[in-house]
Design a protein around this ligand. Structure first.
Ligand code: GUN
Length: 292
């Protein structure tokens, strides 16, 4: 069994990006610049955004954090987005989700210039991705594809069962893995909450991608001997024996499934750490595409 180490792989990708930034600087080119918009003071969002900004600094990107009041109007936020769309010193930006209840998230995401949408949440990017065109791919599915490719997990002609149909994980990964190319060419089945006999399906799978959000849902009896297992779940489960009062659980009962698997991503340390590296990768791509 091979553990797909997301921590190590994301560090490798960051080092690769750092080298490219150093080369850009040596040629006198402007380095990639990412901005992050944070509305309000939600603790988890602050942590995520902080770590995105620190990662930018680590690889040598310019970064700007725009913190806005929780009470900002939708109109004022749209005006801020318009400013960011027009800012030529900026290659890409993200609006950290979730947004406060009084703001229509969809309206905000639609206002982002697709050329700067390094989260890959705009319909134009989703459509381009589905049509095999250059696109910003959302960080989680992009990170999964990188893990599969870098660890040379066989996917061509394999049966992949994706459990979950969310717009940012299940749906895009099902498209990407069915496309031609590295980590692709799989025969993909998308399962979801209305799927009947899920275990029957997952037992037929050479690759299972779990993006359900139910801790330890996938058990050993649900997988074939030698299957590759990708766990996208990250759920906080109360555990008073830990200093934080909780532990992080994936969608996979790790120990028992690992005993049957050929490849498996741990939680934490699997898909999760890949996401920031892929956001950086998208920002670098934005710099390259938008100057071409
Ligand atoms: N909130 C949780 N994950 C994400 C993400 O990848 N991008 C944005 N913009 N918000 C998030």
């Amino acid at each position: 069994m091979i553990r797909l180490d997301g921590k190590e792989t994301s560090n490798t990708i960051k080092e690769e990006i750092k080298v490219q930034v150093t080369e850009m600087k040596a040629k006198g080119e402007r380095v990639p610049h990412l901005a992050a918009v944070l509305v309000g003071t939600d603790g988890a969002s602050l942590t995520y955004v902080g770590s995105k900004v620190r990662s930018c600094e680590y690889v040598g990107f310019d970064s700007t954090l725009i913190q806005l009041e929780e009470t900002i109007t939708e109109e004022a936020l749209l005006a801020q987005i318009d400013t960011l769309n027009k800012d030529e010193r900026l290659d890409g930006y993200i609006v950290q989700l979730p947004l406060p209840k009084h703001i229509d998230e969809e309206k905000i995401l639609l206002a982002i210039d697709p050329k700067k949408d390094v989260d890959g949440f705009h319909p134009a990017n989703f459509g381009r991705m589905a049509l095999d065109l250059d696109a910003f791919i959302p960080a989680t599915p992009f990170g999964i594809m990188q893990l599969l490719e870098r660890y040379k997990v066989p996917t061509s002609g394999k049966h992949c069962v994706v459990v979950g149909r969310s717009h940012i994980v299940g749906r895009p990964i099902s498209i990407l893995m069915s496309q031609k190319g590295p980590a692709g060419d799989a025969t993909v089945t998308v399962a979801h909450s209305r799927t009947q006999n899920l275990a029957e399906l997952t037992r037929q799978a050479d690759i299972v991608v779990m993006a359900l959000g139910i801790p330890e849902y996938l058990t050993a009896d649900m997988v074939k001997e030698g299957a590759a297992i990708i766990d996208v779940g990250i759920t906080r489960v109360a555990d008073e024996s830990h200093p934080k009062g909780y532990v992080i659980k994936g969608d996979v009962a790790f120990d028992e499934v690992a005993a049957k698997a050929s490849y498996i991503t741990p939680v934490p340390g699997g898909v999760g750490p890949m996401t920031i590296a892929m956001l950086l990768k998208n920002t670098l791509l934005a710099r390259q595409w938008n100057q071409a």
